[in-house]
Design a protein around this ligand. Structure first.
Ligand SMILES: Cc1cc2nc3c(=O)[nH]c(=O)nc-3n(C[C@H](O)[C@H](O)[C@H](O)COP(=O)(O)OP(=O)(O)OC[C@H]3O[C@@H](n4cnc5c(N)ncnc54)[C@H](O)[C@@H]3O)c2cc1C
Length: 376
């Protein structure tokens, strides 16, 4: 098996395959050497840590301080700040991804620097760049996946694509709140500050790609400008931007003997922009399918993915449509501020594999309607 891309999705796929079949030959390729940086908010949800445990590396980020508080301001100014049911972590990707790759290597995975450019299907095998040959390829090459294009799966459309810039800023060392400030201007859009625990925080700003294009101004100017404007007390250095392919609800998991995982499969949560957990999860499932169902890995992978995330992906798709109206999010955050169980549920949906029970959907819809009527 060959894995293209050694981010969280690719590393998880390689580790899982070796875990299940220690004698299998697993090659993990990446165009970069590790450690390498990746534009990201560095927020790793508790659910991501569950995945690390399943991959046999439960302590991978234990030397980083847990972040227990989450504060969110809605586009209309509703606020909630509470302790999360299970703490999140903020680990710079420069560190996190390199540790995962090292874990894969320790498991016996061969890690090689190689940029994939060509792919051919040949009598039940896949040939990469005319010389790397495998029964199954896991494509985990990120948001702008080359392999996805080579197998004929269309890229995530612009209306489902966000773009975000992140940097690092100095904060008090005891800052332990992940802060998200949603923006009515250019909605859906938000700025964040995620403390790393070492006196710095990952700060950033993201918005939908069509909204950025509609400004008619250079992307860099808009993203850097909005970040500086929204978090003026946290001047950021080392700014870096990247696309986020948001889940459309029913992702295409691959074609032939190629399985798409993580951002290459377009699995970023459309409500929050969180993608690391979904990358680890889908990578693990792709690795499992590759070794357990060598005859038809794609069918096995599709089944596993649907079982793990099917209802969740349909839920977030539906909610992200409702959230096109900022009033819906105002109502959800206002409800969460009054009811801790709603706050916890929203965290499950935004950062995990949660779904929404009908009574909660009704409670939010009622408040949304009520707020709308009051405004009139
Ligand atoms: C600004 C920003 C903030 C974000 N904040 C968060 C956050 O706080 N929490 C969160 O959970 N998610 C966040 N995300 C989303 C998260 O970064 C992604 O979902 C996650 O990185 C996906 O992991 P991946 O392994 O699928 O892809 P990636 O991490 O992108 O890894 C892909 C790898 O493939 C390699 N590659 C690419 N092309 C090739 C090729 N042709 N050949 C070989 N190798 C190749 C790349 O070098 C890279 O190492 C954020 C995204 C952005 C842009």
């Amino acid at each position: 098996m060959i894995v293209v891309g050694a981010g969280p999705a690719g590393a998880a796929a390689a580790i899982r395959a070796k875990q299940l079949r220690p004698r299998a030959r697993v090659l993990l390729t990446d165009k970069a050497d590790f450690p390498r940086d990746k534009a990201c908010g560095d927020g790793i949800a508790a659910h991501g840590r569950d995945e690390l445990a399943l991959l046999g590396v439960p302590g991978l980020i234990d030397d980083h301080r847990p972040v227990r508080r989450l504060a969110v301001v809605s586009p209309g100014g509703a606020r909630v700040a509470a302790t999360v049911a299970r703490p999140n972590h903020v680990v710079p990707r420069m560190v996190f991804d390199a540790r995962l790759v090292a874990a894969a290597r320790a498991q016996g995975v061969e890690v090689r620097r190689h940029r994939v450019r060509e792919l051919a299907a040949q009598s039940g095998r896949v040939l990469l760049d005319g010389r790397l040959d495998a029964g199954t390829v896991v494509a985990a090459d990120g948001a702008n996946s080359v392999v996805r294009r080579l197998i004929g799966v269309p890229p995530t459309p612009a209306r489902h694509t966000a773009i975000a810039v992140r940097g690092y800023a100095d904060v008090p060392a005891d800052d332990d709140t992940q802060f998200i400030a949603m923006q009515r201007d250019g909605w859906p859009a938000y700025a964040w500050s995620f403390p790393v625990g070492d006196g710095t925080a990952n700060v950033g700003f993201g918005m939908m790609l069509p909204r950025l294009h509609a400004t008619g101004r250079p992307g860099r100017e808009v993203l850097h400008g909005r970040l500086a404007e929204l978090l003026p007390h946290l001047p950021a250095r080392n700014l870096r931007a990247h696309h986020l392919p948001l889940s459309p609800g029913r992702p295409r998991p691959g074609a032939g003997r190629v399985l798409l995982a993580g951002d290459a499969a377009g699995l970023v949560n459309p409500l929050t922009g969180e993608g690391i957990y979904y990358a680890l999860l889908s990578g693990r499932l792709a690795g499992e399918a590759a070794v357990e169902a060598a005859a038809n890995p794609l069918a096995a992978y599709r089944r596993k993915l649907a079982q793990a995330l099917g209802r969740h992906l349909r839920t977030t798709d539906l909610l992200s449509r409702a959230a096109q109206s900022p009033g819906f999010i105002d109502a959800a955050i206002a409800t969460a501020a009054r009811r801790k169980e709603v706050f916890d549920l929203l965290v499950e949906v935004g950062l995990g594999a949660g779904t929404v029970p009908a009574p909660l959907a009704l409670a939010v819809a009622r408040r949304w309607l009520w707020n709308g009527l009051r405004r009139r």
